[in-house]
Design a binder for this molecule. Structure first.
Ligand code: AMP
Ligand code: TRP
Length: 341
């Protein structure tokens, strides 16, 4: 029997950080290496356009993300690694799927609401009236509304069965499943209903505010994969902990230490209970210093590896061609079902 197809994408919106690595990329590599799936991983550059990036930045981020894919261990011989915008039939499928969804459903998506409100300060949010909200929505870019339809198309066009994502993407995945079901009911079995694969380290928290998730919008609490060793050490040594001194995993009352323990476990492979034993009675200083050394080593490849742009582009080109072939074949089936062919 053919192996099930697994697909996931990351948006090229800036420098990758430890949350992206432990929450997504490292998991992609493990899934690829397990050999149980046919894997597709892509650069969601069309999704990134919803943030209206500067063209030069976007181009650099596309190449930078592909480079991180390769450094992390994604292998063009084992996975199809491609750039979303190179797959033209996606546009057709996105359009077709959009005819199956009422706009209200898109306007109610949590990620959409979060995105349109993210520029507001907490106090502005509190005061926001229904009219104020409607006005923001009317002026937001339409790509943000359509975002989940394009994401569903990304998955369905390859007949994706498994999608490794973070918790924040579960609603989008549910939506893709709903669209697959709707299409299948109306036109006959065509698409697999994709299931999520949640990552073990699904939430890396900010080093400065362990109640919030690590994010590039809060750079002080964020370890970027290409941070210098000095910056990595500084950020970890300054990471917020608590007034106690026990290295113990207790996310409720010791959120900072728990986050550092999770990071330590993910980077070293040593289970948390062993780490607790190792640091029993030693205080936070030694623990943090060791974690800083570990992170400096673990992230070294992202800082130091040079890969020529031409090599990165050529890897993508090979992947684009393979992905396009799969997408074209699926679109033939879809169009036949719809009566277009
Ligand atoms: P984003 O840059 O937010 O679009 O995220 C790209 C990928 O990294 C997604 O799969 C996210 O779920 C994952 N991710 C982002 N931030 C974190 C975090 N702090 N902890 C775990 N995973 C994350
Ligand atoms: N929305 C995803 C994110 O922000 C990126 C993405 C786009 C994606 N299309 C996808 C992830 C298809 C999985 C499958 O992280």
């Amino acid at each position: 029997m053919a192996k099930p197809l697994l697909i996931s994408g990351i948006q090229p919106t800036g420098r990758l950080h430890l949350g992206n690595y432990l929450g997504a990329l490292k998991n992609f590599v493990e899934l690829q290496n397990a050999g149980d799936y046919r894997c597709l991983f892509f650069i969601a550059d069309l999704h990134a356009l919803t943030e209206n990036p500067d063209p030069k930045d976007l181009h650099e981020n596309i190449i930078g993300l592909a480079k991180s894919f390769l450094i992390a261990g994604l292998d063009p011989k084992r996975s199809i690694i491609f750039q979303q915008s190179k797959i033209q039939p996606l546009q057709e499928l996105k359009w077709i799927l959009s005819t199956l969804v009422p706009p209200g459903e898109l306007l109610r998506m949590t990620a959409f609401k979060e995105k349109v409100l993210q520029a507001l300060k907490p106090e502005e949010r509190e005061k926001l009236t229904k009219e104020g909200y409607d006005q923001i929505i009317e002026n937001t870019n339409y790509g943000l509304v359509e975002y989940p339809v394009l994401m569903a198309a990304d998955i369905l066009i390859f007949n994706g069965e498994f999608v490794p994502v973070g918790k924040d993407q579960l609603q989008h995945l549910e939506f893709a499943r709903m669209l697959a079901r709707k299409f299948n009911t109306r036109f006959g079995a065509t698409f697999a209903e994709p299931k999520e694969l949640l990552t073990k380290t699904s939430r890396v928290m900010s080093l400065t505010d362990p109640e919030k998730k690590m994010s590039k919008s809060q750079p002080e609490g964020c370890l970027f994969l290409d941070d210098s060793p000095a910056d990595i050490k500084k950020k970890i040594m300054r990471a917020v902990t608590d007034s106690g001194s026990e290295v113990k995993f207790d996310p409720e009352s010791k959120a900072g230490v728990a986050n550092l323990l999770s990071i330590y476990e993910a980077l070293s492979g040593t289970p948390i209970p062993e780490l607790e034993k190792k640091y029993a009675g030693k205080g936070y200083g030694q623990f943090k210093a060791d974690l800083a050394d570990l992170a400096v080593d673990a992230l070294a490849p992202f800082r130091d590896t040079k890969i020529a742009d031409a090599k990165i582009k050529s890897a993508l080109k090979t992947g684009d061609a393979k992905a396009k072939k799969l997408a074209d074949a699926k679109m033939k089936v879809v169009k036949t079902k719809l009566g277009l062919l």
